[in-house]
Design a protein around this ligand. Structure first.
Ligand SMILES: [Zn+2]
Length: 282
């Protein structure tokens, strides 16, 4: 079943936990992640990021994600992740996504407010929640190996964040407090006090991007401070590759589906572990 972003965030608030928001730009990831929702009953946010369009277009993967979530008995939110323009977000909402993020973090504050507000007006008209972003999580979602260290000068300013939320009417806020997209090359250090300040000053749930590869304690500390949605992709995609690689080199394996099945199982195991940590079920 499909539930709204705000309904899912309320669940997280009530249970003082974080929600896994998993990017699924390959079919094994969709199947593996849906299986986790069904096994745990915990709401999962299934996401498709605009930057993943070259892997598979949202017009191809989106309808499959929507259909699989709809027919499942477990609760899912369908979220357009890192929408860079309003037309792309509208395309996702038209095909059944019911939640979206507009990423205007690379714009000036004023332009970010103006563009985010346009998305909020369009989405709220449809009863759909919006995530906005202020502060940069350097790099992009492709896992560029040159990234891997958070730049403190790009951390989100709590006063600016409060003004941004007030001016845009967003439902949750992606902010920069020590995580980056892609693989970490140095152990990340979260600025937990900043998370507390962001939550208090903005009054909305905080979203963590670059949620792969943190310690269980990092996740628990962040959710205790008010992080309610944690974006996750890189390590699940890596788990799929790690499972498939030895099979690709095995001369007894003759056909691709053997690798696809191993990838699905690996994503399921990896996301299962993540969801259980966030839900305090370990
Ligand atoms: Zn992100």
């Amino acid at each position: 079943m499909i539930i709204g972003l705000n309904e899912a965030l309320e669940y997280a608030e009530k249970n003082q936990c974080g929600l896994a928001a998993v990017n699924t730009p390959f079919f094994a990831a969709v199947l593996g992640t849906i299986e986790v929702g069904e096994a745990t009953g915990v709401p999962i946010i299934l996401q498709f990021a605009q930057v993943h369009d070259p892997i598979v277009g949202i017009e191809n993967m989106g309808p499959a994600m929507v259909a699989l979530a709809e027919r499942s008995e477990a609760p899912f939110v369908l979220h357009v992740d890192h929408g860079e323009d309003i037309d792309y977000i509208r395309k996702g909402l038209d095909m059944g996504f019911n939640s979206c993020m507009f990423d205007g973090s690379h714009h000036s504050f004023d332009d970010n407010v103006r563009l985010t507000r346009e998305v909020v007006e369009m989405a709220h008209d449809r009863g759909i929640g919006v995530e906005g972003e202020i502060g940069m999580m350097t790099g992009n979602e492709n896992g560029d190996p040159s990234q891997g260290e958070a730049d403190e000068t790009l951390y989100t300013d709590a006063d600016e964040a409060a003004a941004f939320v007030e001016a845009t009417g967003i439902d949750c806020l992606a902010a920069s407090f020590g995580t980056v997209h892609g693989m970490y090359h140095k152990e990340p250090h979260l600025n937990l006090d900043l998370i507390t300040r962001l939550r208090e000053r903005t009054g909305v749930p905080i979203v963590m991007h670059g949620g792969s590869g943190l310690s269980d304690d990092d996740y628990r500390n962040a959710t205790q401070r008010g992080v309610r949605k944690i974006n996750y992709y890189t390590y699940a995609a890596k788990a799929a590759l790690d499972a498939a690689r030895p099979l690709a080199e095995d001369p007894e394996v003759l056909l691709w589906p053997t690798l696809a099945m191993a990838a699905r199982d690996a994503v399921r195991e990896d996301v299962m572990r993540f969801v259980k940590v966030l839900a305090n079920k370990n």
